[in-house]
Design a protein around this ligand. Structure first.
Ligand code: PGA
Length: 252
């Protein structure tokens, strides 16, 4: 299984900044990447990214994703974007249940599970984020929290979950420069792997990414862990040099 390195631009970028970032990435991307690479961009820029991919040949292997999707299929949901619309825009991935959405938009485990189903329904790969807060970690609830979050997705999607990507993102590690030790991250990944194994005999298809302050320096050690199948990268995906270093770290 190839590793997946996915950038999460969050609410960053502009037409000009995106264009220069993508040109810089194109310069550094190898022809035969040993891992899969994707960027999840603000929905308003999907068209720009797709058109750059058509004109800049070296961007061809780059998978494109969105950062959220509606749980509804269509209709009177002002401001929402459906999975079918994302498919129309050539999305291969969509992030669901990112902790920033759980926190600032009150997304529940059930809603995240429904969004996962909406994405799977049109053949887009949902990148389902799970992770504990600092308080939960300190209270010793890490396993319980991530298992509860993943269980909701398993419950609503049955063995279709063999088609998802999971991202373990400890909330306290996101954008803070702090990370768990590779061994601590690995132990949570192993818990998630076991949970997937119990849910589907196709569990080996599911990649479990680590996210939260992954950068050019710590990527190799994290990606070397047996159950870390890639990364979901926020801040460092906005700097071409750093993102390319993380991509290179995934090749070995
Ligand atoms: P970060 O974000 O790499 O900036 O910590 C990761 C994420 O939120 O997906």
């Amino acid at each position: 299984m190839k590793k997946l390195i996915a950038g999460n631009w969050k609410m960053n970028g502009s037409l000009a900044a995106n264009e220069s970032l993508l040109h810089a990435l194109a310069e550094g991307l190898a022809d035969e990447a040993a891992s899969e690479i994707a960027i999840c961009v603000p929905a308003v820029y999907l068209a720009q990214v797709q058109s750059l991919k058509k004109t800049v040949a070296r961007l061809a292997p780059l998978g494109v994703g969105a950062q959220d999707v509606s749980a509804q299929l269509e209709g009177a949901y002002t401001g929402e974007i459906s999975a079918r619309m994302l498919l129309d825009m050539g999305c291969r991935y969509v992030i669901v249940g990112h902790s920033e959405r759980r926190q600032y938009h009150a997304e529940t485990d059930v809603l995240v599970a429904e969004k996962t189903r909406a994405a799977l329904g049109v053949g887009i790969t949902p990148i389902v984020c799970v992770g504990e807060t600092l308080m939960e970690r300190e209270a010793g609830y890490t396993e319980e929290v991530v298992k509860r979050q993943l269980a909701a997705v398993v419950h609503a999607n049955g063995h279709c979950i063999s088609e998802i990507v999971v991202a373990y993102e400890p909330v306290w590690a996101i954008g803070t420069g702090k990370t768990p030790s590779p061994e601590d991250a690995q132990s949570v990944h192993a818990v998630l792997r076991a949970q997937l194994k119990a849910a589907t005999d196709q569990f080996s298809r599911v990649r479990i990414l680590y996210g939260g302050s992954m950068n050019a320096t710590n990527a190799s050690a994290l990606l070397a862990q047996p159950d870390i199948d890639g990364g979901l990268i926020g801040g460092a995906s906005l700097k071409s040099v750093d993102f390319l270093k993380i991509i290179a770290a995934a090749q070995v």
